[in-house]
Design a protein around this ligand. Structure first.
Ligand code: BGC
Ligand code: CA
Length: 373
């Protein structure tokens, strides 16, 4: 056996160098044993560094940044995200932590919250933009960090949705919501025209409670709800419209003002969302006009609104399915974590977009929908 400074090789003709076969095998066993041990140590240190076992045991961190926590619909969606995270936990067999950050309507704060998620190595980031035109900064940063980003409810402009391939939007089709809301009014009118067209002039005198001007849902819902009534051959006559930013109390104020001005000439109240419809109901209740007053229509299907429908106050709403949206957000997130293709798990995914379908709710199904909440 010859050994040099850098390594060794073995010759089985050991005897001619004065070494017995037994001795040679002993040395061979010693050396190969050491090599096996070294290879073993190297492999194990490799596992601990980048392979799965350790990572599989660490919790999945999901950062959710919302535009404002006092928005009724967003707060219900956040609640569903938290409960759906439990389902994801069971599915993936790993602990899932959801960290909710409320921007309180301040885009600067929201950017800081997202930076914080990125710096802490979150696995998935979900953002409900304060200002939907400011999404590029966030999409760029998540791309750089390689963290999948799921925007929801407040839709970024189209070019900001093309920044990278792990960028998604989960929301609804605002046009569909408007059309369904219009259809609710058409069917109520057709069933009993005189109960709605109280002055019997063949037109529906209405007031419109609008969401934020910059929100894609507000303008489109307004336009298409009226359009679908007109298309059914029913004339509409607008008495007033007011931007109430999705909130109950400004719409209560607006409704009080209109009631002072127009009294029972208001035949229909169309609201871009349920909270504003509930604000109108509060004003009608105060004026003792809930029984024979205007028909009130909302959008969202929040718990409060479903209860109001059951009491016969709000006539109907269009369900903006927060539970399904939360489920879709976390299914996409889960697929990204598992390295799977999200479109295999979310059939509604088209490119970067998922639009969860709406459906109508009236007295007929309000209780059923309420139970699903
Ligand atoms: C909902 C509103 C909500 C808004 C917040 C809309 O889709 O219908 O209720 O206030 O999103 O962005
Ligand atoms: Ca009329």
């Amino acid at each position: 056996m010859i050994e040099n400074g850098t390594g060794f090789y073995i010759s089985f003709g050991g005897q001619d160098r004065g070494m017995s076969m037994k001795q040679a095998l002993k040395i061979l066993w010693k050396r190969t044993g050491i090599i096996i041990l070294i290879i073993g140590i190297m492999l194990c240190s490799g596992c601990a560094g980048k392979n799965m076992p350790e990572q599989e045991n660490s919790p999945i961190k999901i950062g959710v940044a919302i535009y404002r926590g006092d928005d009724a619909f967003i707060s219900s969606l956040s609640g569903h995200l938290t409960s759906e995270a439990k389902a994801l936990e069971v599915k993936l067999g790993r602990k899932v932590i959801v960290n909710l950050a409320d921007a309180k309507n301040n885009q600067g704060s929201q950017n800081d919250q997202v930076d914080n998620f990125i710096n802490k190595g979150y696995d998935i980031i979900c953002v409900n933009m304060v200002d939907r035109t400011a999404a590029a900064v966030i999409a760029d940063k998540t791309k750089e960090a390689g963290i999948p980003i799921i925007f929801f409810n407040r839709e970024p402009v189209e070019e900001d949705m093309q920044i990278w391939n792990k960028e998604y939007y989960v929301g609804t089709d605002a046009e569909e919501a408007g059309i369904l809301q219009g259809e609710l009014l058409v069917s109520a009118y057709e069933r009993n025209p005189q109960s709605i067209d109280k002055n019997r002039d063949g037109k529906l005198q209405y007031v419109m409670l609008e969401g934020e001007q910059v929100h894609q849902d507000a303008l489109i819902r307004t336009e298409f709800s009226v359009k679908s009534v007109l298309q059914a051959g029913i004339e509409m006559d607008k008495l007033g419209s007011e931007m109430c930013n999705w909130m109950r109390s400004p719409s209560y104020e607006a409704m009080l003002k209109w009631l002072e001005e127009y009294g029972d000439a208001i035949e229909v109240v169309v609201a871009n969302n349920d909270e504003m419809a509930l604000g109108a109901v509060q004003a009608l209740r105060e004026k003792n006009m809930l029984k024979n007053g205007p028909i009130v229509l909302g959008i969202d299907g929040t718990k409060d609104c479903l209860e109001s429908i059951s009491k016969g106050e709000i006539y109907g709403t269009v369900k903006n399915d927060a539970k399904r949206q939360a489920e879709v957000i976390l299914t996409i997130g889960g697929a990204c974590i598992e390295g799977k293709n999200p479109s295999d798990m979310v059939p509604e995914l088209e490119g970067h977009y998922v639009r969860v379908p709406h459906y109508k709710v009236t007295l007929v199904n309000a209780n059923v929908v309420l139970k699903q909440e």
